[in-house]
Ligand binder design. Sequence first.
Ligand SMILES: Cc1cc2nc3c(=O)[nH]c(=O)nc-3n(C[C@H](O)[C@H](O)[C@H](O)COP(=O)(O)O)c2cc1C
Ligand SMILES: Nc1ncnc2c1ncn2[C@@H]1O[C@H](COP(=O)(O)OP(=O)(O)OP(=O)(O)O)[C@@H](O)[C@H]1O
Length: 278
Amino acid sequence: METIYINHDNLANWQGKANACVMALGFFDGLHYGHREVIKTALRIAKEKDVQLAVMSFFPHPKSVLSNGEKQIDYLIPLSVKEKILRGLGVDTFYIVEFTRKFAALSPEQYVKDYLVNLGVIHAVAGFDFTYGSRGIGNLERLKKDSRGIIDVTKVEKVACRGEKISSTSIRERLVAGNVEELPDFLGCCYEVEGMWDGQTFKLNPYYTLPASGKYAVTINIGNLSKLTEVIVEEKSLKPVSELPLYMFGRLSIVWHQRISEEASSSRPILKVGGLTL
Ligand SMILES: Cc1cc2nc3c(=O)[nH]c(=O)nc-3n(C[C@H](O)[C@H](O)[C@H](O)COP(=O)(O)O)c2cc1C
Ligand SMILES: Nc1ncnc2c1ncn2[C@@H]1O[C@H](COP(=O)(O)OP(=O)(O)OP(=O)(O)O)[C@@H](O)[C@H]1O
């Protein structure tokens, strides 16, 4: 997979190099089940049409740019992890458009011409609620019309969990509430963050979000070693409940299984995850 950072200045260069493609559109924070359905659909169409599969996302998040940084976005995953997951899903080209005020000011017609038609898009795929442009004036029907019929479109039906639309927002809300045990139903796996442990403090890598303050059962992974243990989140910082073995030092990842309520702490049933017991 090739990752291409696009901005106003280098756009013409990438237009000149583009191949015909099917493109999935959206921000895709967390790459939850809904996002994966959009990308799987785009992959199926790309195979049918025998063209490449591209994904177009934006960075930073439109809301943080348009609020002048006043609205803080609690990202679920950094771009590097998004890239890794997209590669695994069979994407050939990952376009990351630099989201600026100037870009947001493009008319839907101009966006479709410059960033889709001229980048070789022959088919665009997005979810049932995908919109773009100020006040969401652009949608898939309009996109097809604005491309003068060059781009065909496919709208993916809502993917829901227990009647609720799976969304990056609903995942962020669960993190903020500390309900990490519900996240596998949305993400397909437990929420995982990466960072550095220097023996005393844990430093979270940028573009991840820690769950609410509280005590949690987690797996800490370092290299190919794993330890099922408990950590406490307090004022957006994290510490282990008991000392970590000395070999657990440096870059590590934390997989969030469940929140442990204070009353349950002593009488909690034994938690078993992938052969590890807490
Ligand atoms: C040309 C263009 C203009 C946009 N302008 C705005 C805007 O004014 N306000 C806004 O909140 N989002 C704007 N967006 C962002 C989109 O509404 C949307 O968040 C983005 O396309 C990602 O889609 P998703 O949120 O469905 O993943 C714009 C997107 C594009 C492509
Ligand atoms: N549950 C879902 N079912 C089907 N399509 C979805 C679903 N969630 C998102 N999509 C689609 O995936 C693409 C990326 O969506 P986006 O990044 O806006 O996700 P989101 O989870 O709705 O985010 P947010 O909660 O921040 O609005 C868009 O085309 C969107 O329509």
